[in-house]
Design a protein around this ligand. Structure first.
Ligand SMILES: [Zn+2]
Length: 82
């Protein structure tokens, strides 16, 4: 949605599985090659999504993908326990 740059703190939160906007946990979404989409689990006010690429366990690239709609979120929301 926004063109906000993801700074060091935000990238650190993403690397640890937290949404940098609201602090909620991230839900792993579809993977494509080395990149994977992650959806914020806070669905009332945030709904943000991110595309993350990890190399050797370190976050190499992070990009906002904007608001995630309910249908897309539900496809990956089955494992709520962890
Ligand atoms: Zn969030």
């Amino acid at each position: 949605m926004s063109d906000d740059e993801l700074g060091d703190t935000q990238r650190m939160m993403l690397a640890n599985g937290w949404c940098p906007d609201c602090g909620a946990g991230l839900l792993p979404g579809p993977r494509g090659g080395a990149a994977q989409n992650f959806y914020c689990s806070e669905r009332t006010t945030c709904r943000e999504g991110f595309n993350l690429t990890f190399h050797s366990g370190k976050l190499a690239f992070a990009q906002r993908i904007g608001e995630v709609d309910d249908e897309r979120f539900k496809l990956y929301a089955r494992d709520d326990g962890q």
